[in-house]
Design a protein around this ligand. Structure first.
Ligand code: PGA
Length: 252
């Protein structure tokens, strides 16, 4: 288990829910008991952020966005600024999710630029990395992870380190029901920890990819996993609550 025993359960709702369903799910989640040592975070889609942040205000649930811009407010059509996110009560942004990288073509450089700019505005970032199946099969997993992290390594100053969290999400495990094997994600987490050791030796590294109530306990028990970035299972309040309880049992 990690030296730091804090545990994260982060729900990524993706583009699944409109405002009405987001509001009702947020109300249910806001009523959950969050054990000490558990960071329970949710990332609704942009159009629901303001309402969900208002519902979660004053609770232990932190609300964040699924992407954001690293630039200061200005002429950036279609983007989401950190000051605006702070103003509506959000506390983090997910950057470089595999769907941003692989479906919408966000490059290694763009994802890193977003993360670096957001961190410099004193805001939390969950920076996602992960290899495709083809990259894994051709033995390139380590190179891909190192490449995705390279720009951060030299650009994040130590005073911003508390705001950086990494999520390792093998692309082939996202939404497929296939969970990476323990030796696969612990090896990947070791590469990540080693790569960013200059920034933070206690860097929280989350696993993402088909996390569910029936597999989360063993994932959390792996020695270098600090929690989960959860897609599908975060849309069901009972499953999300179970994940939080499992995290709570191992947090302190
Ligand atoms: P999943 O998604 O839990 O549905 O596999 C994870 C993610 O994309 O963050």
């Amino acid at each position: 288990m990690r030296a730091s025993q804090m545990r994260w359960v982060v729900g990524n709702w993706k583009m699944n829910l409109g405002p009405q369903r987001s509001i009702s799910l947020a109300k249910e989640i806001a009523a959950l008991k969050i054990p000490d040592g558990v960071q329970a975070w949710i990332a609704p889609s942009t159009e629901s952020l303001m309402s969900v942040a208002a519902i979660c205000k004053g609770t232990k649930i932190l609300v964040g966005s699924q992407n954001a811009c690293g630039e200061k407010p200005g002429a950036f059509t279609g983007e989401l600024s950190v000051p605006a996110l702070k103003e509506i009560g959000c506390g983090f942004a997910i950057i470089g999710h595999s769907e941003r990288r692989h479906v919408f073509g966000e490059s290694v450089e763009l994802c890193a630029k977003r993360a670096i700019g957001i961190l410099s505005q004193d805001f939390k970032v969950i920076f996602c990395v992960g290899e495709t199946l083809e990259e894994r099969r051709s033995g390139r997993t380590e190179d891909v992870l190192r490449e995705q992290l390279r720009p951060l390594r030299d650009a994040v100053p130590p005073e911003q380190r508390e705001n950086l969290i990494i999520a390792y999400e093998p692309v082939w495990a996202i939404g497929t029901g296939i969970v990476a094997k323990e030796e696969e994600y612990t090896a990947a987490h070791n590469i990540i920890a080693d790569r960013l050791a200059n920034i933070n030796i206690n860097l929280p590294i989350l696993y993402g990819g088909s996390v569910a109530p029936n597999n989360f306990d063993s994932i959390l028990r792996a020695h270098n996993v600090s929690g989960g970035l959860v897609g599908g299972a975060s849309l069901d309040v009972e499953k999300f609550e179970t994940l939080i309880k499992l995290a709570g049992a191992l947090a302190n």
